[in-house]
Design a protein around this ligand. Structure first.
Ligand code: PLP
Length: 489
């Protein structure tokens, strides 16, 4: 453990006390209250049937603890709220835009910035622009066009497929094995990355996406060494790298904890270093940057200036003028502050501590989980419901049951989410059937987490009687958002 030279450190005193407890006392006070309502089991059964067994479609008033996502659902800080008032709402050239651009340059070292309304707003700009560049310069063939990631987030996959790309994920083999514990289960399998590039031919690969943390593998971090190697390989084949970085601060926190040679560095230093190993930054700011709405697209230098210009043009069409990109001035001010506050180490420690607490509590009652990562607990639904076939969505069945039992909303990460190959219509193989309990930032307390554990005990008691689900409506892309189901007889 590191020792502090500072004889009087408030921080360490609090830590000494905390380490005697099972749990880190929240390093903040909660001063705004949002009421949430309890429902009865029969009300919940009715609500769930009404939305075709898709908790995504529930009204939030019918949800007691909402663990659907940590995206835009967390607490904001008083500094972020205060910053909102400073918004410059000029249509173009807003002071708030230049403040945000400066923050991006300072934190990540990226020169040019386009704000977007959220992460997918950035995706709808860079995806077609990078494809066009490849076509123009290398003669990429549309039918071979493929993009590669450690694991694509669902909207990143969706945008890539929408523009005609095949997607290939090259995670390390242990990524989805919930029995294996490893420091960086979000890493790329570097040999497989290189082999995939060789097999497809680099000119048909418009971009590689480094996703930090790797959401789909359970919020698992990627090491700086791995990011560096990915970048080296990509440069060797002249393929641009996009850092899909919604959880950049959580990733840096894990690097500090786990990667040899980084424990002495600050979260800020690790963040800055990590972003050297990409060309483009695409961020959903609704995660680590804590804003209810917002995103970023940024470019490290002028080597992709043509892509940047193309993105600015598309931005006018799709998001808004490039100095606001779908955000009001106040929201850009709030985001600039959120980017910095995301990197407060004691908050990251508390947050990751909550995830660990929930994993420990669930494992103690026999629920098999992916090792604790950032932002969410991932439960091995396939192991809990072995009698339900993958194409009847064990993770989604478990999500429905958790809602019925306790009013807790969660999300499937498995066959339902990964969907079908758009060209053949064949179900893509999901690496695991998981249920995700995402934890909004600084929103729920330890008592809420204990309630979740108690609810799971009830779910486990009756799980052998649960039935699979089949579609009554299946949307063509991102089907998990709007699909409807019936129970298989
Ligand atoms: C959330 C997320 C996105 C999409 O962002 P939205 O803000 O939801 O549009 C993209 N990539 C990753 C890794 C994400 O976590």
């Amino acid at each position: 453990m590191e020792s502090s030279n500072n004889a009087f450190s408030q921080n360490n005193q609090a830590k000494d006390l905390s380490s005697a407890m099972r749990y880190i006392a929240e390093p903040y006070r909660i001063r705004v209250i949002e009421p949430i309502g309890q429902t009865t089991r029969s009300q919940r059964e009715e609500a769930l049937a009404k939305v075709g067994f898709n908790p995504f479609l529930l009204h939030s008033k019918d949800v007691f603890i909402d663990l659907l996502t940590d995206s835009g659902t967390g607490a904001v800080t008083q500094s972020m709220q205060a910053a909102m008032l400073m918004g410059d709402e000029a249509y173009s050239g807003s002071r708030s835009y230049f403040g945000l651009k400066e923050a991006v340059e300072d934190i990540f070292g990226y020169q040019t910035t386009i704000p977007t309304h959220q992460g997918r707003g950035a995706e709808q700009l860079y995806v077609p622009s990078l494809i066009k560049k490849r076509e123009r310069e290398k003669g990429l063939s549309r039918d071979k066009m493929t993009v590669i990631s450690n694991f694509f987030f669902d909207t990143t996959q969706g945008h890539s497929q929408w523009h005609g790309c095949k997607i290939v994920n090259v995670p390390v083999p242990a990524a989805f094995d919930t029995k294996v514990k490893a420091d960086f289960k979000g890493n790329f399998d570097l040999d497989l990355l290189e082999k995939t590039i060789e097999d497809i031919g680099p000119k048909h690969i418009p971009y590689i996406v480094s996703t930090i943390t790797c959401n789909s593998a359970g919020g698992q971090p990627v090491s700086v060494t791995n990011l560096k190697e990915v970048y080296r390989i990509a440069k060797q084949y002249d393929i641009p790298v996009v850092m899909d970085c919604a959880r950049f601060a959580e990733n840096a926190y894990f690097v500090k904890q786990r990667e040899p040679g980084f424990s002495h560095m600050s979260i800020e230093e690790i963040t800055h270093l990590s972003f050297q190993y990409a060309d483009v930054l695409a961020m959903s700011a609704k995660k680590d940057a804590m804003v209810p709405i917002g995103g970023l697209l940024a470019f490290k230098d002028d080597s992709l200036d043509d892509v940047y210009q193309e993105c600015r043009t598309l931005c006018v069409l799709l998001e808004g003028f490039p100095t606001y990109g779908g955000l009001e001035g106040g929201a850009m001010e709030r985001l600039a502050v959120g980017l910095y506050e995301a990197m407060r180490e004691e908050w990251l420690e508390s947050r990751i501590g909550q995830i660990q607490y929930l994993v420990d509590g669930l494992e103690a009652i026999g629920v098999q989980c992916q090792q604790a990562g950032g932002h969410a607990v991932f439960i091995d639904a396939g192991a809990i419901l072995p009698h339900i076939p993958k194409d009847q969505f064990p993770g989604h069945v478990l999500a429905c049951e958790l809602y019925r039992v306790a009013g807790i909303r969660s999300a499937e990460i498995g066959s339902l989410l990964i969907g079908r190959d758009p060209s053949s219509g064949v179900q893509l193989p999901a690496p695991a059937e998981l249920l995700r309990l995402a934890i909004p930032r600084a929103t729920y307390t330890q008592a809420h987490l204990d309630y979740v554990i108690a609810a799971f005990q009830l779910v486990m008691n009756g799980c052998q009687n649960l039935k699979g689900l089949t579609f009554t409506y299946e949307p063509p892309v991102l089907r998990h958002f709007n699909a409807q189901f019936v129970e298989v007889a």
